[in-house]
Design a protein around this ligand. Sequence first.
Ligand code: DC
Length: 224
Amino acid sequence: MIITIDGPAAAGKSTAARMLAARLGFRYLDTGAMYRAAALAAIRAGIDWKDASQLEPLADRIHLAWQGSRLFLDGEDVTDAIRSPDVTEATRFVADSPKLREKMAELQREIGLSCDLVTEGRDQGSLVFPHAECKFFLTADPRERAKRRVADYAAQGKPLAWEDVLQAIVERDRADASRPVGALRRPPDAVEINTDGLTVEEVVAKMEGIVREKQAKPSRSRCG
Ligand code: DC
């Protein structure tokens, strides 16, 4: 079974997706991390990541591989390095490259071929897995999302101003929605969950209930 979770930045997708996957015994795929790794590769290669023609060759050159929850770029574990604000900023430009998106989608589908999957991103239900058995779309008010992001960073000892985070989130929403390929869209058959005022446990419980209902209906079985 493929479960897709899409939605804007900081809507609580990652934590919910990870928890849902653990409860179901499915593999969890963080597709944002893959775009972040490509952005890190662009930064390291000194590429002008605002120039699409410079990004295209990168798509053929980089090698991404997951080992459990760790992501490797050309053999190096970059799981932590891809979380820096510089990488976050570059990623939304890098994610505009159609060539790179094609490569990422291919990799994601390959992973989905072999296992039951909870996959999280922007285009998973709309473009990468249009036939997924279960689709979710998580939303939350941008002000609430900024508040959560500030709390996440504060927990890591990195104080950020709420206004700056809110502005960055609004900017990323705009970029995510207006990308020519792989733009953030709610698939018509996705269940939308507004996470405002809900704890992550409540969000996961809601999703798990829907998945279990689908699982109870007869369908093809796949590896766990
Ligand atoms: O979910 P995240 O913040 O780690 O995503 C990082 C960036 O990658 C963000 O700018 C949106 C982009 N992204 C994308 O374009 N498509 C995806 N499937 C996942 C993320």
